[in-house]
Design a protein around this ligand. Structure first.
Ligand SMILES: C[S@@+](CC[C@H](N)C(=O)[O-])C[C@H]1O[C@@H](n2cnc3c(N)ncnc32)[C@H](O)[C@@H]1O
Length: 437
């Protein structure tokens, strides 16, 4: 390795290290932190990808890695920066195709460049070499609950029962696939892209390639959207010419579906910055919608034919994609979000025409943000009725429906012959209709 490659490798590890620390300290999404800190590192796209891969797997296996380090460190070693540096070293040794010596040497070099850790090189070298020697023993401890915070484990076991909850935790150890939603001709695009046409109409890519280089990207024929995330907008049954409000719209995956169906869409989001991204995304797709950057609670508009409320939530249904979610959110955050969801649901009911449809959804596995929210809403609004979803609307996947007729997908659902391509995001969706008074 020449000097410039050596330094580039070091930059990737420094970015991963800082991103783990900042994500946990600020409790913000890892993706945002990587984007922000990446600007100062000036890395090649290969090194940026390496930094991302290290940080993601460190979060995906944070419990296992933490235990492995605790077992090999003196009780006194509490310095968080040291622990995070060891964690990104162990993540590479245990889960990535990185030579052990590269993981150990870069961690030691990073410590030497840090005024507080410059004397910790010997300790880091010893601990990481032990992790490498004892890799098989560490990896053979295979209880998925170790990588799940207790509050999530308790909630899932109580709502889904232990066996299904365990399958969810196991699914969180795998990487999510990349799915696409097409404007039309999904079967034709699946063939052209060499992807799998899923029963719900999404396409699952079978190769990990740069999305922008795929056919159809420049012409705006499709967009990236998990197969489960593609269901709520379809369940709203958007019709050409209908006035539809998408109340928490950015970055616009579901807005694009509504617009592609020919509806006249008002895309609302409280974040002007995220709405800018929505506008860029829709411009690539040659789709037009109206946008409004305000909190949806403040929306003052004539009643709509239909409303999609993809409410802000704990996002625990996306842990395979964003494993940091498990370690940056807690029960209190979830309860605050559940209160906001209730307010947004109430606002949605007030903005519907008689006979109007509402689909409420969250990418959460928590019953408080899904099933319980739907029941409480029906109790508060006697003029709103549940419109049960049928298996035919979701590709025949009857097991994705609750007894009440709501959608409940789990990361362990959708078993495909190729195990690595199985799974989908955890989503809840319920459809309601306002009675004609
Ligand atoms: C789950 S994301 C929406 C994803 C989007 N529907 C899609 O499919 O691409 C939730 C969005 O709600 C927005 N948000 C949060 N609180 C809001 C509020 N009170 N009113 C409107 N938007 C809000 C956030 O800025 C975020 O963009």
């Amino acid at each position: 390795m020449d000097q410039s490659q050596e330094q580039a490798g070091l930059g990737a590890r420094r970015l991963a290290w800082n991103a783990v620390t900042e994500t946990l300290k600020r409790r913000v999404p890892l993706d945002d932190v990587l984007d922000e800190l990446g600007q100062t590192e000036n890395l090649s796209s290969r090194d940026e990808a390496l930094a991302r891969a290290i940080a993601i797997v460190a979060f995906r296996r944070l419990g296992t890695i933490g235990q492995a380090l605790r077992d090999r460190l003196d009780k006194g070693a509490r310095d968080e920066r040291l622990l995070h540096l060891l964690a990104i070293g162990a993540a590479q040794i245990l889960y990535l195709d990185v030579p052990d010596h590269a993981a150990v040497d870069t961690a030691v070099q990073l410590a030497q460049g840090d005024h507080r850790l410059k004397h910790a090189g010997g300790l880091i070298n010893a601990v990481l070499r032990r992790v490498a020697r004892e890799r098989d023993a560490i990896l053979s401890a295979n209880d998925p609950w170790i990588d799940t915070p207790t509050w999530l484990e308790e909630g899932w076991v109580s709502h889904y029962g232990e066996p299904l909850a365990r399958q969810i935790a196991e699914a969180h150890r795998t990487m999510a696939s990349v799915d696409l939603t097409t404007k039309d001709n999904a079967a034709g695009w699946a063939e052209r892209l060499g992807g799998i046409l899923l029963p719900t109409g999404s396409i699952r890519l079978t190769e990990r390639t740069a999305i922008r280089d795929l056919p159809g990207y420049d012409e705006g024929a499709w967009w990236v959207q998990d197969a489960a995330a593609a269901l709520p907008a379809r369940l709203l049954r958007p019709q050409a010419g209908e006035r539809i409000a998408d109340l928490c719209a950015a970055p616009g995956g579901k807005t694009a579906q509504l617009a592609a169906a020919g509806a006249e869409v008002l895309a609302v989001d409280r974040s002007a910055k995220r709405l800018e991204r929505l506008e860029e995304n829709l411009a690539r797709l040659n789709l037009t919608v109206a946008t409004l950057a305000i909190p949806a609670e403040k929306l003052d508009e004539e009643p709509f034919d239909a409303i999609l409320l993809d409410a802000p939530c704990s996002a625990t249904g996306t842990i395979r994609r964003h494993p940091d979610v498990a370690w940056t959110k807690d029960e209190q955050d979830m309860r605050k979000l559940a209160a906001l969801q209730s307010r947004l649901l109430d606002k949605s009911a007030s903005l519907l025409k008689p006979g109007g449809r509402l689909v409420y959804c969250t990418c959460s596995l928590e019953a408080e943000e899904g099933e319980q929210q739907a029941e409480a809403f029906l109790n508060r609004h006697p003029h709103m009725k549940r419109d049960p979803i049928t298996p035919a609307e979701i590709g025949g996947m009857a097991e994705w429906l609750t007894p009440a007729g709501d959608l409940r997908t789990l990361p362990c659902h959708l078993t495909l012959p190729d195990h690595d391509r199985s799974g989908l995001d955890g989503f809840f969706a319920a459809r309601f209709v306002r009675s004609v008074e």
